[in-house]
Design a protein around this ligand. Structure first.
Ligand code: SAM
Length: 212
């Protein structure tokens, strides 16, 4: 079942990213083992995490999902925004990351699964609609068919007016898959905007904010 968010349980430490940084070696190891799904040598930074949650409407959300949390870098920043009664769950395909995530965020509901099964996951939870998806997925490494499948499945659960937040790397925009995603997003969402580049992330990144 969804665990109702509790600010008391989830209040992040003064430096929310610290616990994730201690898993740097795990991230590098998973990149070497599974480059196609990990896609980055390093976890995202606190700088990118702040931009990811900005204007995501989390404070008003009833139900929120995090896609591909990895070691859970974005998670404390999401939890800080949520109301105590908000529902939050994460979906991570990599068993090693899932194990780390459960250690770092024991109070968060985690599905060790592919986000392509998000509709079935929400159905199993008896959740009819999600207000916001915060995605850490590596779109530039996905085949076009997988991009379409994930967005199709996401649309089955995202409420009208719901937000879909994800990030990309400017240097990856030359890749066909990244171009494909950029062309695809306006087919699914009424509004698609891009943040300024977050130069302090390694590598620099930008955030797509999409509204259904
Ligand atoms: C670039 S890493 C980002 C991790 C973390 N969000 C961050 O920013 O540091 C991509 C993450 O997406 C996960 N992932 C890739 N494909 C997935 C899928 N189909 N379903 C769920 N998670 C997936 C990977 O295992 C990895 O944890």
């Amino acid at each position: 079942m969804w665990k109702e968010h509790s600010m008391k349980i989830h209040t992040p430490p003064a430096s929310p990213n610290t616990s994730c940084r201690t898993h740097l070696g795990d991230f590098v190891a998973e990149f070497i083992r599974k480059p196609g799904t990990t896609a980055s040598l390093l976890p995202s930074s606190s700088h990118l995490a702040r931009v990811m949650v900005r204007d995501a409407g989390l404070a008003d959300a009833e139900a929120v999902l995090e896609y591909g949390p990895g070691t859970g870098v974005f998670t404390p920043y999401i939890l800080r925004e949520l109301r105590p009664e908000s529902k939050f769950a994460a979906i991570e395909i990599n068993p090693r990351f899932a194990s780390i995530f459960k250690t770092v965020h024991p109070a968060v509901t985690l599905f060790e699964d592919s986000v392509e099964n998000v509709a079935a996951i929400c159905a199993s939870l008896q959740v009819a609609g999600v207000d916001c998806v915060i995605s850490g997925l590596p779109w530039a490494f996905f085949p076009k068919s997988v991009q379409i499948s994930i967005l199709d499945q996401t649309m089955r659960v995202l409420k009208p007016g719901g937000r879909f937040i994800t990030f990309g790397y400017p240097h990856s925009l030359v890749l066909p898959a990244a171009k494909h995603l950029a062309a695809l997003l306006p087919n699914y969402f009424t509004t698609v905007s891009k943040s300024p580049i977050v130069w302090l992330n390694v590598p620099p990144a930008f955030v797509y904010r999409c509204v259904r």
